[in-house]
Design a protein around this ligand. Structure first.
Ligand SMILES: Nc1nc2c(c(=O)[nH]1)N[C@H]1C(S)=C(S)[C@@H](COP(=O)(O)OP(=O)(O)OC[C@H]3O[C@@H](n4cnc5c(=O)[nH]c(N)nc54)[C@H](O)[C@@H]3O)O[C@H]1N2
Ligand SMILES: Nc1nc2c(c(=O)[nH]1)N[C@H]1C(S)=C(S)[C@@H](COP(=O)(O)OP(=O)(O)OC[C@H]3O[C@@H](n4cnc5c(=O)[nH]c(N)nc54)[C@H](O)[C@@H]3O)O[C@H]1N2
Ligand code: SF4
Ligand SMILES: [Mo]
Length: 702
């Protein structure tokens, strides 16, 4: 019998980049544990990492192309499948124009090295403006604010959690999510360290989350009103002359504009709408400003709401005017070994923001794409430029994007749809052809996106654990070959590893010769040190200044003000606000086919406050009917005072009822799809990001 061997790599499921120690024999995994010597995660893992082996062995996983026929799915050879896909797309584009083929890129792409390098090629080959991605159901407001303030959508501030004395978390639950736009393995331990050194953590959230339970202070806030709170805090910083700009003082434009904008949002003005007393807003702001160092961090709850763009802008503003931007213990910038910002710098060139407008709703092009909330409109509305063909890559939009029923109708109406995806799930089961790539353990691993967002500068690379079979293809090979066929050219001979190595060898650490050979000799990663002030060397604005008051954001304040006047009247038809939540053993939609992650009690429940429950005669375990403008669902109630009154919570990423999908494990515990309720018409009109939190709903006992 072969001997047991050990392999080190980084988990690529979520953004935390936990180091793994995997023991295996031949093709069999013996154990998956946290790698104690990992330079970033120091041994931390969550229950999901162990499921990496299930994705590898999953019997439902496809390894060869399949085509949907009247007799069911039939297997195709790779060459034949790629020829067919290219011909069909070219036919559609010849007949209806280039924009008639649309693209949707899902979340796992950001976690796969080869996809990061080869997706741009597919987009260039298709030449379509109809590009969509999971960004606009997630973090687009972060990119928007960064683009206008710092000159590049990926120049994103990260909380310096290992040195901060005071952290405000708005709309994030990192104890469960392990951090987002903040790669922070073992957030719990790092949070405890803040407290152990005398610091504080404050959570602002309509639910007393797992993170809030461990924080020093939790403040309930009415969903969708964070921009008011942030403005009131900024108001107080100016009114009390607490402004400190430190080393950035000569590098900031627009301070006076922000001061005057904040004048209208005193704590007295916003208190009612936020559900937070003026005294509490004052105390919070004062504590933030007197702390030796402090950072305000806003995430999903702040981003996926009607004022997402303003929230993320104001978060940056608060950090800047209190002297906490680009400073130890504040909001800092990474210096990644593979520097996406430097390598994609457009300094001095106009950005694509607002360059085009979507055909049906006239929504602006942002980050080189349209908001996915309008994808269904573009497929369903006839006329020149209508989408007739789609390709999805690592995405499950029928479960993850607003108004699932409408999007489903749209996908059913397509002339031709291709999925690059290893599963037949709720979305891909509508595909004409599915092209499945390899999964994590069969691939080289380097996190281009998440080293850029990590709380510490480190670098780490791993080789594939298992060699793929001859009949399998990596996602990047599929992308490369398909792009080549669409362009009538040969596939590019350069591999992702060559591209990666070129970036590493020419980047910030070129003196250290970070070749792949060297990284292989350091299987636990190489530590490059804690975050250091570097914004002035990394700024991408044309005049080398931080733009504190970008025009589009200043203009959006009118919308915020007019909403304030109307807000007190919640529509009597929809008296509740629905928010989402994440579960520790679940990751978006795609981890539910691992039995070890879904076994046990159904966690896909509706959380509701006891006072609200009793008004509607709702008891624990009873089914509740939840209705929004666009749809309705029935879901089991779980009564808890962790909810704010008037607010209910449902987990995201569930709803595996579709009989046509082939997820035999997930279907045994399908859960409920909350995007049957989210409204494609409700978005942050500035950034186009979907509203997935604070959805107006009504409830009744089912
Ligand atoms: N209501 C509500 N909706 C939400 C959210 C919310 O909080 N509330 N969260 C939003 C957020 S933050 C996100 S990021 C999106 C995610 O939205 P999506 O990206 O659309 O959804 P995922 O579940 O991440 O998609 C996973 C897809 O990738 C496939 N996949 C898995 N591994 C691989 C691989 O290695 N290669 C390829 N090619 N495919 C693979 C899976 O089979 C599945 O089809 O959902 C958003 N939707
Ligand atoms: N276990 C697990 N981890 C994950 C994922 C997963 O599905 N499961 N998904 C990954 C992905 S793709 C992402 S993007 C990240 C997301 O990471 P996080 O942003 O940390 O995760 P969420 O749980 O979505 O946190 C959103 C919080 O906002 C609160 N909230 C809702 N509305 C509002 C509001 O209007 N104002 C305020 N202040 N708060 C509000 C919610 O109650 C919730 O606690 O997690 C990643 N990690
Ligand atoms: S926290 Fe994220 S990266 Fe770490 S083990 Fe869990 S899923 Fe993997
Ligand atoms: Mo996400």
């Amino acid at each position: 019998m072969a001997s047991i061997q050990t392999h080190y790599r980084t988990c690529n499921i979520c953004e935390a980049m936990c180091g793994l120690q995997i023991q295996y024999r031949d093709k069999e995994i013996i154990s998956i544990r946290g790698d104690k010597e990992d330079v970033l995660s120091y041994g931390h893992i969550c229950p999901k990492a162990v499921a990496l082996q299930d994705f590898y062995t999953d019997k439902d996983r496809l390894k060869q192309p399949v085509m949907r026929t009247d007799q069911g799915w039939v297997t195709l050879e790779w060459e034949e499948a790629l020829d067919e896909v290219a011909q069909r797309f070219l036919y559609i584009q010849n007949k209806y124009g280039t924009d008639a083929v649309g693209t949707y890129l899902g979340n796992p792409n950001a976690h796969k090295l080869g996809n990061s390098f080869f997706l741009p090629g597919l987009l260039r080959a298709l030449k379509t403006r109809n590009r969509y991605s999971a960004s606009s159901v997630d973090q687009l407001p972060h990119h928007f604010a960064a683009n206008y303030m710092f000159g590049h959508g990926s120049l994103l501030p990260v909380p310096d959690i290992d040195h901060t004395d005071y952290m405000i978390i708005i709309g994030g639950n990192p104890i469960i999510s392990n951090g987002s736009m903040m790669t922070c393995p073992n957030f719990g331990k790092r949070m405890k360290a803040i407290q152990d050194r005398g610091g504080n953590i404050v959570v602002i959230d309509p639910r007393r989350t797992e993170t809030a339970e461990k924080a020093d202070l939790h403040i309930f806030i009415t969903p969708g009103t964070d921009a008011y709170l942030l403005f009131a805090m900024i108001h107080l910083v100016f009114a009390n002359e607490w402004v400190t700009l430190r080393h950035l003082s000569d590098h900031i434009d627009g301070l006076e504009m922000v001061r005057s904008a904040a004048q209208n949002f005193s704590p007295d003005v916003v208190s009612d709408i936020c559900g937070i007393s003026p005294e509490q807003i004052y105390a919070l702001t004062q504590a933030f400003t007197v702390a030796p160092s402090a950072v305000c961090y806003s995430r999903m709850g702040a981003s996926t709401q009607q004022f997402g763009g303003l929230c993320l802008w104001l978060t940056n503003v608060l950090n800047i005017i209190t002297g906490n931007m680009d400073r130890s213990g504040g909001a800092m910038f990474t210096q990644p070994a593979y520097d996406i910002v430097a390598l994609t710098s457009k300094k001095g060139r106009p950005s694509s923001y607002g360059k085009y407008h979507s055909r049906v709703k006239g929504l602006p092009y942002i980050n080189s794409e349209y908001p996915v909330s309008t994808l269904a409109d573009e497929i369903l509305t006839p006329g020149e430029g209508q989408i007739k063909g789609m390709v999805t890559v690592a995405g499950n939009p029928l479960l993850t994007c607003p108004n699932s029923s409408k999007l489903k109708k749209a996908f059913e109406s397509l002339d031709f749809y291709v999925a690059i995806d290893p599963y037949i799930n709720e979305t891909t089961r509508h595909a004409d052809i599915i092209l499945p790539g390899t999964v994590a353990l069969e691939e080289s691993q380097y996190d281009i996106a998440f080293h850029n967002l990590a709380v510490r500068n480190t670098v780490k690379y791993a080789e594939p654990l298992f060699v793929k079979q001859d009949n399998q293809r990596h996602d990047w090979e599929i992308l490369n070959r398909l792009s080549a066929r669409l362009k009538g050219e040969k596939p590019t001979p350069i591999t992702p590893l060559q591209m990666l190595e070129m970036g590493l060898l020419s980047g910030t650490y070129k003196d250290q010769n970070l070749s792949l050979a060297k990284l292989i000799q350091h299987p636990h990663g190489i530590d490059l040190g804690s975050l250091k002030p570097c914004l002035l060397t990394r700024l991408q604005t044309q005049n080398d200044k931080i733009n504190l008051a970008p025009n589009p954001l200043i203009q959006d304040i009118d919308r915020l003000r007019s909403h304030l006047l109307r807000h007190h009247k919640l529509s009597p038809d929809y008296p509740f606000r629905l928010i989402g939540r994440r579960l520790l053993r679940s990751h978006n939609t795609w981890c539910h086919n691992s039995y070890r992650l879904i076994k046990g009690r159904n966690e896909c429940t509706l959380l509701i406050h006891p006072d609200d429950a009793s008004k509607y005669n709702i008891e624990n375990g009873k089914m509740v009917n939840v209705i929004s403008r666009v749809g309705q669902i029935n879901i089991e109630a779980q009564i808890t005072d962790a909810m704010m009154t008037g607010v209910i919570s449902i987990p995201q990423g569930w709803g595996h009822h579709d009989k046509e999908s082939q997820l035999s494990v997930a279907q045994t515990n399908p859960g409920i799809n909350m995007n049957e309720l989210s409204d494609d018409d409700q978005m942050d009109h500035l950034t186009g990001n979907a509203v997935l939190n604070g959805i107006p709903v009504q409830i009744a006992l089912a």
